[in-house]
Design a protein around this ligand. Structure first.
Ligand SMILES: CC(C)(COP(=O)(O)OP(=O)(O)OC[C@H]1O[C@@H](n2cnc3c(N)ncnc32)[C@H](O)[C@@H]1OP(=O)(O)O)[C@@H](O)C(=O)NCCC(=O)NCCS
Length: 252
């Protein structure tokens, strides 16, 4: 098969997803350039409805962002009800030295930079939330990262995006770094699907999710965020950090 043949093939349909069997007429497929109008419309709807604009900041160049996630350097999975796009999630395969490489942001060892997958954008239309879509789409993206030989998965999240951080942590990602990215206060959540991470569970720090300075310091001091305590009445989230154990032979 020539590269042209591959290009002309219809987008692959993913196998019927048992995870979506409770949702009527819902199916998934990989998006192509032709899907950009639907993708943009979904983003417009979600971004116009955010409770806090810091939770998700639009890309400077939306088209370039989409293009980077439908080619060899990334993929986008769409969730459809009938023909209607109700959710999507993206994965990126950044190159060493590329601007915005999260591995460089968190100080990953140089030899690991080409083993990184970006667990990139995910959105669910408001009326479809509460069905576990982000978590299911995360599980798919972790499997894709493994399949691409990129077991170091990194995701950037706003400190105020409690739902997204919760969903990522529930599937085993931990807060590996907190700091300033492009003028925004952001966590980078991590999971190393190859080596895993060991924690000293007896050495913990409880930190308010809005305490930027303490969150940055925890990352610098070798602590990672593994859990949360929610105070729904006060609208606060306290994050639980434990010390990550570095084993001498393993690179960070
Ligand atoms: C983030 C998003 C994709 C998740 O969609 P979803 O899969 O439908 O998930 P929900 O929004 O229903 O979140 C439900 C989970 O958040 C948890 N949650 C809700 N409020 C929370 C809070 N204040 N603190 C912590 N967790 C919270 C719920 O308990 C639930 O988890 P559980 O099933 O373990 O109990 C969706 O809300 C969205 O599109 N948001 C706007 C765009 C965005 O923020 N994208 C992610 C960028 S990183």
């Amino acid at each position: 098969m020539t590269p042209t043949d591959v290009h002309n093939m219809p987008p692959p349909l993913l196998p019927p997803a048992a995870a979506f069997s409770h949702l009527p007429r819902v199916a998934t497929r990989v998006l192509t350039m032709e899907d950009q109008p639907q993708w943009s419309a979904l983003r417009d709807e979600v971004l116009s409805d955010l409770p806090d604009p810091d939770v998700y900041v639009r890309e400077d160049d939306e088209s370039a962002f989409f293009e980077a996630h439908v080619g060899p350097r990334g993929q986008t999975i769409g969730v459809f009800q009938g023909e209607h796009l109700i959710a999507y999630s993206m994965i990126g395969f950044p190159q060493s030295g590329e601007a915005g490489h999260l591995g460089a942001v968190v100080g990953l060892a140089p030899e690991l930079l080409d083993k990184v997958a970006h667990i990139s954008s995910c959105m669910v239309l408001p009326q479809w939330r509460g069905n576990g879509l982000q978590r299911t789409l995360l599980a798919v993206r972790l499997a894709m990262s493994q399949a691409h030989g990129r077991p170091n998965c990194l995701a950037m999240v706003s400190l105020r995006n409690h739902r997204s951080r919760h969903n990522l942590m529930r599937l085993g990602m931990h807060i590996g770094w907190t700091g300033d990215i492009g003028g925004l206060q952001r966590h980078v959540l991590r999971i190393d699907l190859q080596s895993g991470t060991h924690f000293d569970m007896g050495d913990e720090r409880l930190i308010d999710s809005a305490d930027f300075a303490a969150l940055c310091a925890a990352g610098r001091d070798g602590y990672v965020g593994v859990g949360e305590l929610r105070d729904a009445d006060a609208g606060r989230v306290t994050l639980r950090f434990v010390r990550a154990l570095r084993h001498g032979a393993l690179p960070r």
